[in-house]
Design a protein around this ligand. Structure first.
Ligand code: CTP
Ligand code: CA
Length: 221
C-alpha cells in the first residue's frame, strides 16, 4: 500500500455524506420511512476518511457502528438531515447516499391515533426538501456533489435525467431489482457524469466505496 502524502490525497478536504433512511413521524408511535441499511453510505464515509478527508456523516436511523475517524450526526427527518448538512458546510465533497423520504405527513399528531368508529385515518403528505438538489444549488456548493439513484428499470436513462434535474456532478446508479442489493453486502453500479457512463462489476459495497473515494480524490486533484 501507498504511504505518505500519496496515501492521503484528501488530507485537508472536508466531506459530507448522508446515509440511511429518514423517518417522518405520523404520531408519537408511528413513522413513515424507507428501506435502507445505510451500509453503502457508511462505507463511503469510511473510504473518504481513509484517504484523509475530514468527514461528517449525517445518518438516519440505522444499526451500524461509526467508522473510526468520522464525525457522525444522527438525525431522523429529512428536514433535520438537510439542516445538519447545511451546518457542516463549507465542504469540498458532498455525497448523498441517504434514502430520504420523499414525503412527510403534513402534521404530526400530538397523541397516539386510536382506532375508532370513523375507520382508518387519512394521512395528508407534503413533499420533503431535496437535500441533494439544495446542496447542488447552494451558494456554498461543494466542488464535487454526488448523488445515488436506486432504480428498478431503465436505470441509466433515469440516472441521466436525475443528474440534470438535481444539478449534481455524478449520479451513482444501482439496479435494486437485482436480488440482494437492498440490505446486502454487494453492489453493481454505473457512474453517470456529463462525460458519459462507466459501469462497474458487482463488488462488495466496501470496494465500491473505496473506488468511488479514489475517483473523487482524482476529480479534486
Ligand atoms: N435525495 C435527497 N433528498 C430528497 C430526495 C432524494 O437528497 N428529498 C437524494 C438521494 O440521497 C439520492 C438522490 O437524491 O442521492 C436520488 O434520490 P431518488 O430517490 O432516486 O430521487 P428522487 O428525486 O427522489 O426521485 P424518485 O421520484 O425517483 O424517488
Ligand atoms: Ca425519492
Amino acid at each position: 500500500a501507498l504511504e505518505g502524502p500519496a496515501a492521503r490525497p484528501l488530507a485537508g478536504k472536508r466531506a459530507i455524506v448522508t446515509a440511511g433512511p429518514t423517518a417522518e413521524p405520523i404520531d408519537p408511535v408511528r413513522l413513515l420511512t424507507n428501506r435502507s441499511s445505510g451500509k453503502q453510505g457508511f462505507a463511503i464515509a469510511k473510504a473518504l476518511a481513509d484517504l484523509g478527508a475530514e468527514v461528517t456523516l449525517v445518518a438516519g436511523p440505522v444499526a451500524l457502528a461509526t467508522p473510526v475517524g468520522v464525525r457522525r450526526v444522527d438525525v431522523e427527518t429529512a428536514r433535520e438531515m438537510l439542516a445538519a448538512c447545511e451546518a457542516a458546510l463549507p465542504a469540498d465533497i458532498a455525497v448523498c447516499v441517504a434514502a430520504v423520504s420523499d414525503w412527510r405527513p403534513e402534521t404530526e399528531a400530538g397523541s397516539k391515533m386510536k382506532k375508532g368508529a370513523d375507520g382508518p385515518p387519512a394521512i395528508t403528505l407534503v413533499e420533503n426538501p431535496d437535500i441533494l438538489a439544495t446542496l447542488s444549488r447552494s451558494d456554498r456548493r461543494p466542488k464535487l456533489v454526488v448523488g445515488f439513484a436506486a432504480e428498478t428499470n431503465d436505470v441509466e436513462d433515469y440516472a441521466k435525467a436525475k443528474l440534470a434535474r438535481k444539478g449534481c456532478d455524478w449520479i451513482v446508479a444501482n439496479d435494486v431489482s437485482v436480488a440482494g442489493t437492498m440490505g446486502g453486502d454487494d453492489n453493481a453500479v454505473a457512474i453517470v457524469t456529463a462525460a458519459g457512463i462507466e459501469r462497474w462489476e458487482r463488488t462488495p459495497k466496501s470496494e465500491v466505496a473505496r473506488k468511488l473515494a479514489e475517483r473523487m480524490a482524482r476529480a479534486l486533484s
